[in-house]
Design a binder for this molecule. Sequence first.
Ligand code: MLT
Length: 329
Amino acid sequence: MKLPRRTFLHLATGAAALPISRFAWAQTYPAKPITIIVPFAAGGPTDSYARIIGGQMGRILGQTFVTENAVGAGGTTGSTRVMRANPDGYTILMGHIGTHAFSVALYPNLAYKPDTDFAPIGTVIETHNFVVARKDFPAGDLKEFIAYVKANAEKLNMAHAGVGSNSYGIGLMFNSLLGVRPTIVPFNGTAPATTALLGGQIDYMMGSISDFGAHIQSGAVKVYAYGAAERSPVLPNVPTSEEAGLPEFEASSWWALFAPKGTPQAILDRLTDALDGALDDPDLRKRFFDLGGDIPDKPKRGQRPLAALVKSEIARWTPILKAANANTQ
Ligand code: MLT
């Protein structure tokens, strides 16, 4: 078979860069199921997004993707595990803005460097956060909510999914904007935190449609604001934070797949291509849309844009969270 010159050179360069056995191994990848480590509890957004994207990537690669929940320390326990995993493409991470940006400000002794200890695969989904409270919270809108929280902060509690999680970082920023210090209650994910909110043990928390969409629609929780420039098309009755009176509460989040550093480039490329194909799938796009998620546009997909995103998000969030931490201690 005669290969086009570019393809031949590409293959030859790749082959030269890898020992023969690793090159052959990359050619047969994936030969067994791939595990996506979810560093939070089952049933939360990280878990849902991993299952959905893994299912579609598995169809594209002809191999099963299994999810494994490795919870603790706001997602940093599972992330550390992937950082230390064999870089063979069979263990990857569903990380997010918390594990790969917030954690830098919040853990002085973080076991990994988010921007250099992982091989980025690509961004999966972007969302915005809602401010929600238990259904009998005594406030009808965000202005009343803010007034009540300011007057009663020492009697109130806010749930989060562990120091370093999305809900923690966004909640910390929210409390800092208000200048309040409620009791903050950690869970291993937003799914158990939401259960406690529904049960009335928690007063308020931050999260996405994936956490609260059905509960907002049924009235099982109260919602006060959506931290985005535009209303959510899924929940168009919820005011944006600007409309509700707190324009500084801009609260977007993202989730992304990472492999351990040292994963062969040919394997990373297969995963990135499969992710790209999955994000183009109409059924998957509909499922992510229904969960309130935006799918990254083509220029924002893949390894380099994710590497740049991690760096820029660390630079953006580290001073914000350090200041917010100081303001709420
Ligand atoms: C977070 O707050 O970091 C996530 O929502 C946690 C989760 O996926 O449960």
